[in-house]
Design a protein. Structure first.
Length: 268
């Protein structure tokens, strides 16, 4: 039996070069941003020079490398990871969890949700649960995934009046994230949801509701009503933990008075 040699792990220089090329930045431009020289950047990328821990983090910052991948850069350079990856149910993140719960509850009756980097649902309020009412059990089984629930033909997709536009928006959002981060799980999720069949709706191609000029709305049917929302996504400033850095809070703001009136009637 022939044993295949294990492939060598990429060097820190090769990884930095990949991130620089992905961002479309020249060695000279990166050197200027990092108060270095293009010669030094070249030496790092070719392995002729070993960067200090501080230089690895500085270059990663100017290349907008995700926190998870900054740890990978440090390991490749021979240093210990700088950023912890604490499970969300760890006692040390209790204050964070309580804060998120208060935020979601305070936003009711409007929908709000917290997801991780692959759109698995971390927390959701009653506004979100209202929209999910009646979905099949296999889509609601943990881990609940926001993209899968929204675009699956047995999920919310048949209820979305402007599915073509909303689906295009979500897929483009995932494409941008994949371009910014080396996430194989996210790429697999994208391939899955992009392959879902899309059923034609009566009147496709003609907008059901006027589109607010400031944002594309999600126009969705619920219990005989047509609701319209615009979405806002928030992340944490200056996170120091991979788990926290990958959390996103999405809030759905009513886009018309009828939606406000209906949701407030439920909240009352």
């Amino acid at each position: 039996m022939t044993i295949q040699p294990r492939a060598a792990e990429p060097s820190v220089g090769a990884l930095l070069r990949t991130w620089r090329e992905r961002r479309g930045i020249s060695q000279l431009e990166l050197a200027g941003r990092a108060d270095s020289s293009s010669r030094h950047i070249s030496f790092i990328e070719t392995g002729r020079s070993r960067p200090s821990q501080e230089m690895v983090l500085k270059l990663a910052d100017h290349l907008d490398v995700p926190m998870r991948e900054r740890n990978a850069l440090l390991l490749a350079a021979g240093y210990a990871p700088r950023f912890a990856q604490t499970p969300l149910d760890d006692p040390s993140l209790g204050t964070l969890r309580e804060g998120l719960e208060r935020l979601l509850t305070g936003y009711e009756p409007y929908p709000a949700i917290v997801v991780n980097s692959t759109y698995d649902v971390v927390a959701a309020n009653r506004g979100i649960l209202m929209l999910l009412d009646g979905l099949p059990g296999h889509l609601l089984a943990p881990p609940l995934n926001a993209m899968r629930i929204t675009l699956h033909p047995e999920g919310l997709a048949p209820r979305i009046r402007n599915l073509k536009e909303w689906r295009g928006h979500l897929l483009a959002q995932m494409e941008r994230q994949i371009a910014l981060a080396r996430s194989e799980p996210l790429r697999k999720l994208y391939e899955e949801v992009a392959a879902y069949p899309v059923a034609d709706r009566p009147g496709d191609g003609e907008p059901d509701e006027p589109v607010p000029y400031f944002a594309l709305p999600l126009v969705i049917e619920h219990d005989g009503h047509v609701l319209s929302f615009v979405s806002s996504i928030s992340t944490f400033n200056t996170p120091m933990d991979v788990t926290v850095a990958e959390l996103a809070i999405e809030t759905m703001l009513p886009a018309d008075p009828a939606t406000v009136k209906y949701l407030r009637s439920l909240g009352g």
